[in-house]
Design a protein around this ligand. Structure first.
Ligand SMILES: *[C@@H]1O[C@H](CO)[C@@H](O)[C@H](O)[C@H]1NC(C)=O
Ligand SMILES: *[C@@H]1O[C@H](CO)[C@@H](O)[C@H](O)[C@H]1NC(C)=O
Length: 344
């Protein structure tokens, strides 16, 4: 009897430490590192080890292995977490309100500084969807270096804290900076400087699969004809007006859908397509602006699933002017292209 009690305690202790240390998310499997090839083969790096809670790089240690990122997540994963949102034009977003927002960081070849210049959306644990003109060399002095996920306030950069992994802790989550492996630009894209503006869409394949958490989650891609909304949400760190600096804190707002003709008359020298593009905005001072290229045009369904309706493509010279709508790439038209690209 006396020997039994310590034994039971040891078993309890092991059970307890096991379940708290390795709580994998529902879509992850708890396996040996070598049994998770898409993580194992992405190469040892400090970011990767931190992301997977590894102290050393040993093939015979267990990790939470996420899916390989060759398909889109189910709508249950793209559900809006903060329910108490209210949209007011151009105000600060709440931390983690748009956990799919990816800040694209570029090397400025003239100043040798790393600078944000476009935005993208995380669509699964491996891919960021953005506009083609953000990554095809249109910004000639800038070359894409990294993607930053989980960003909110650029001026505050909390250090990494393991406790933050626990979603119930209220400490500020660190952002995650991650390199990329490949850029996939749509084959029909001809450059925004030409009159043909459609197909402004590209995927960035990250160096390693990321793990979802409070500040890092994907957005859903809509099927064609899923919704008939009249308003969209926008969010980004772009300039808050044409003269200002880039915003330090993520801003968001609500804009109205427009007939494509509204954009066509605004940009008469360009060819626009209603099946491939969306025209929106232009009725208030809420707008996408410089630095918002590639950022999401979003719709939240009544059940909370959030969809990426469009990708910011281009607008007029002056942001937020009355009567100056902007053009967005219609994501649902590219669902087959996305699914195919994810499987290459
Ligand atoms: C929410 O509604 C959309 C559209 O009706 C549907 O496709 C999606 O699966 C739903 N999401 C969840 C989590 O049930
Ligand atoms: C952003 O972070 C800075 C530095 O920590 C802080 O002073 C500022 O109040 C923050 N802004 C917001 C809106 O949270």
């Amino acid at each position: 009897m006396f020997t039994c009690i310590p034994f039971a305690l040891v078993v309890l202790f092991i059970q307890f430490s096991y379940s708290t240390k390795f709580d994998c998310y529902p879509d992850e499997k708890y396996v040996y590192l070598f049994e998770c090839p898409h993580v194992y083969n992405s190469g040892m790096s400090r970011t990767l080890m931190r992301e997977y809670d590894m102290d050393t790089w040993l093939p015979f240690q267990r990790i939470c292995c996420p899916p390989p990122g060759n398909r889109l997540p189910s709508p249950e994963i793209c559900v809006r977490r903060s329910r108490t949102y209210r949209i007011v034009g151009g105000l600060d977003a709440k931390p983690n309100e748009y956990p799919w927002l990816a800040m694209l960081l570029y090397l400025n070849k003239l100043t040798l500084e790393i600078t944000p210049s476009c935005t993208g959306s995380l669509i699964n644990n491996r891919y960021v969807l953005t506009s083609a003109h953000c990554v095809d060399g249109f910004l000639s002095h800038l070359s894409l270096k990294r993607v930053r996920l989980g960003e909110h306030n650029i001026t505050s950069d909390p250090g990494y804290n393991r406790v933050c992994r626990d979603q119930n802790n209220h400490c500020a989550l660190p952002n995650l900076e991650i390199g990329f492996e490949r850029i996939i630009v749509h084959g029909e894209y001809k450059g925004i400087s030409e009159w043909k503006t459609e197909y402004d869409i590209a995927l960035v394949r990250l160096k390693m699969p990321v793990r979802y958490r409070t500040g890092i989650l994907p957005i859903c891609i809509p099927k064609h004809g899923l919704f008939a909304e009249s308003q969209f949400e926008i969010a980004g760190w772009g300039k808050t007006n044409e003269f200002s600096q880039f915003s330090k804190v993520l801003k968001h707002g609500l804009i109205r859908k427009r007939k494509i003709g509204r954009c066509a008359s605004r940009f008469p020298h360009l060819r626009l397509s209603n099946s491939l593009q969306i025209c929106a905005g232009g009725d208030s001072a809420v707008d996408t602006c410089d630095g918002d290229s590639g950022s999401p045009l979003m719709v939240t369904m009544p059940n909370g699933s959030v969809y990426l309706a469009g990708i910011t493509s281009f607008g007029g010279e002056n942001c937020g002017q009355i009567g100056s709508p902007a053009v967005y790439t219609r994501t649902s038209a590219f669902l087959p292209w996305i699914n195919e690209a994810l499987n290459i």
